[in-house]
Design a protein around this ligand. Sequence first.
Ligand code: CP
Length: 356
Amino acid sequence: MENSEILLRDSLKAVNLFGKDLICTRDWKMEEIKAVLELAKDMKKNRFSSRYTGVLKNRTFFMFFYNPSVRTRQSFECAATELGGHAQYLEPGGMRLKTKKSAGETIEDAARIMSRYACGIGIRILENKLSCYGEGENLLREYARWADIPVVSMAHDKYHPCQGLADIMGLQEHLGESLKGKKLLLKWGHGALARSWCSVQEALLLYSRFGMSITLAYPEGYDLDPDVVEYARQRCKENEQKFEITHNPVHGYKNADVVYVRNWMSPNAYRDGEFRKEEEIEKALRYADWICDTDKMKSTNNALFIHPMPIDRGHEVADEVASGPRSIIYDVGENRLHVQKAIMALTMSDLIPDGR
Ligand code: CP
């Protein structure tokens, strides 16, 4: 048996994730996260192996998309197909669910009946579909409360666990298994898309747990959730790594091993129950010096460039960096498929072949 197979077998034996929700990786132990990553790597290497193609045979995964998606919808649909199952795309607007403004079915009733049909429920809800920060997380947790099947975040206002796991898998592929001590610049990008906090907050949670040294850079007025920042600061401290915040657009590049760029909204994006997208875009476009370009990248340690996508090219990052030789955006995008297959196999099937 190869070393990688022994590692995979041992990491799978150490955990039992069957039936577990994935709303935030904070809810999962490190050995559980590592088991997902080990399995995802094996699934990437043996993509259509008969070990995996029947794991969700005859099972259906429900996906509610309140917001648009390219990668998440496509990768979850492919994941279900490759595991022998089916992913059903659901428009929440077509489900007569109860909302603050209209009568309809409660989450309790919807979640309990869906549990009689499917093997799991994925939900995306963020940005303009919410009236305040935290509402999306509450909705996912309410589904998880009533569903007897796993609920998986496909990106909500606070976190994007599948994206964070795909990032870590990509970094390990390029930098080696141990990320401890690697220097990360996680920076705000000038941009016209008014993006959610979910991917960067998830990155802070996971990158700090994996022992990276973190410089978080953003203009004054773009603070992230203080609870998430404090969590990351504590994990860096436990791992004896630096955690710093800067408001300087060029600080943090020096000797960085990884540069992660993403636009995010200011804490004022929700006011009086409204999502102020146009205001956020107008404000963000004033910070043209926050673009990540080849000049700034020159002072790094030949850093990898990472971004969860979609990219606002020419605003967040210059084309030469996004499409340059150190960009791993497509590897990470591909890894969404493999980590989601691993998550689905471990949480939604009792057929994963580890002898359990
Ligand atoms: N990164 C990500 O979740 O992409 P989509 O919004 O296209 O799904």
